[in-house]
Design a protein around this ligand. Structure first.
Ligand code: PNW
Length: 441
């Protein structure tokens, strides 16, 4: 299955701060937009919050031992901005920084390379109150925060990701309102897109000036296919790709926004608030593009060009209702190689299934192992077709807070019992560990 993967291809597991840490009000942490959003009635399934989550903040050393036992080369985690810089401005919070410093030391001691993401959606609430991502100043605040984190961890962390999935931050956060901060205004979402990209660029410059050798951004992407040759369906797929992928990668890699996307946006009464010099900042060269892949969609036009229909292909689905499309990952990686040419890493891939645990907490999740296996094969196929892909992180290390779905949706290769906080390796974790062992022999 991993035939064709290049020598040195690495394996990892991924998490994010708000989804696992808990300890939401300890040691000086202030609320993020997710703390606030979770308290809004109806925002999250069952009214759940990340207040406790997997209690990783208090169980970090044992969790790192578990990561090491999986045999992975790297661990991808994110830093909670309101833990490290409460309120999003000013001095660091030494206790917050200390947590990540200990995490990095534990990882290094166990031979696992830390892969740090600066922002996985937990904007300090005070910055949202000042305007959030639609407000330009937030980008400058982010660059300052990046520098503070680098002051504390730069000597030990080799790889830096600025943002996780700006599409989710902008579109789910400010257009559909399904994620924090839960606003519903397309024009604001478009402003957020630009300021997220600017934040990435400013932070990249900050990190570069400090000598960071490997930095990049992570995007969630799929391939968009038209339902038929009908020009309206072809256009629906073009729009989805434009607003999902090209609006990020064209400025990041080529230093310009795609013309057709600017026209689509203008037709919806919105505008990208670009100022002179912004695109030079945004296109600061990156070393690695993080690719998060879960599914791909087929699009059919409707009477509203801004709202195409997703046409189910009759394929098996995960517990999220997402169709399982490994071939889409091959197509995506080959296309990204051709159009953008940046070395890539799969920073997330995985699936929620309706796990049934036995009395010992063991889950025989052959479905999840199959999902991972078929997508790893798809990566190998893309590599054989010329895509430069350097590594693969499974999402996720353990079951965790799945945003608007709360704790119902389990993506972990490790089971978490939320009553006892006991962790139990699932069959998929054993399978992943064995795959890693075999790939080294
Ligand atoms: C990603 N969508 O989120 C995130 O990076 C993870 O934190 C999350 O747990 C994981 O995927 C599984 O959902 C996404 O609506 C959330 O297309 C929603 C979408 C895509 C990615």
């Amino acid at each position: 299955m991993s035939e064709g993967l290049p020598a040195g291809f690495f394996w990892g597991v991924a998490t994010s701060a708000y989804q696992i840490e808990g300890a939401h009000d300890e040691d000086g942490r202030t609320p993020s937009i997710w703390d606030t959003f979770c308290r809004r009635p109806g925002a999250v399934a069952n009214g759940e919050t990340g207040d406790v989550a997997c209690d990783h903040y208090h169980r970090m050393p044992a969790d790192v031992s578990m990561i090491a036992r999986l045999g992975v080369d790297r661990y991808r985690f994110s830093v909670s901005w309101p833990r490290v810089q409460p309120g999003g401005r000013g001095q660091v919070n030494p206790k917050g920084v200390d947590f990540y410093s200990r995490l990095v030391d534990e990882l290094l001691e166990k031979g696992v390379d830390p892969w740090l993401t600066l922002y996985h959606w937990d904007l300090p609430q005070e910055l949202e109150d000042a305007g959030g991502w639609p407000h330009r100043d937030t980008a400058y605040r982010f660059a300052e925060y990046a520098g503070l984190v680098h002051d504390a961890l730069g000597d030990r962390v080799p790889t830096w990701t600025t943002l996780n999935e700006p599409w989710c931050s902008a579109m789910l956060g400010y257009d559909t309102g399904r994620h924090a901060p839960g606003r519903k205004n397309f024009a604001e979402a478009v402003r957020a897109v630009h300021h997220l990209l600017l934040a990435h660029g400013l932070a990249s410059q900050e990190l570069r000036s400090r000598g960071v050798g490997s930095l990049g951004i992570t995007l969630n992407m799929g391939v968009s296919t038209p339902a038929s040759d009908d020009p309206r369906d072809v256009d629906a797929a073009r729009r989805a790709d434009g607003l999902g992928t090209r609006i990020y990668l064209d400025p990041l890699v080529h230093g310009r926004y795609p013309e057709d996307v600017l026209i689509d946006i203008a037709a919806r009464g919105a505008e990208i608030p670009v100022r002179s010099g912004d695109l030079e900042i945004i296109s600061t060269p990156m070393d690695v593009l993080g690719v998060n892949y879960y599914t791909s969609h087929v699009f059919k036009a409707t009477d509203n060009p801004a709202a195409p229909e997703v046409v189910p292909q009759g394929l098996p689905v995960t517990a999220m209702g997402w169709e399982i499309v490994p071939s889409g990952l091959t197509r995506l990686l080959v296309r990204l190689q051709q159009d953008y040419g940046v070395p890539m890493v799969i920073t997330e891939n995985g699936a929620a299934f309706d796990d049934a645990a036995d009395e010992d907490g063991f889950v025989a999740d052959a479905d999840r192992a199959d999902y991972l296996a078929s997508h790893i094969s798809a990566v190998a196929e893309a590599v054989r077709a010329g895509a430069d892909v350097r590594g693969y992180f499974a999402w996720s290390l353990m079951d965790n807070f799945e945003w608007g779905y709360g704790y119902d949706k389990r993506f972990g290769i490790v089971r978490v019992d939320y009553e006892t906080q006991q962790r139990t390796l699932k069959q998929s974790a054993q399978w992943f560990r064995d795959l890693i062992t075999r790939s080294r022999s």
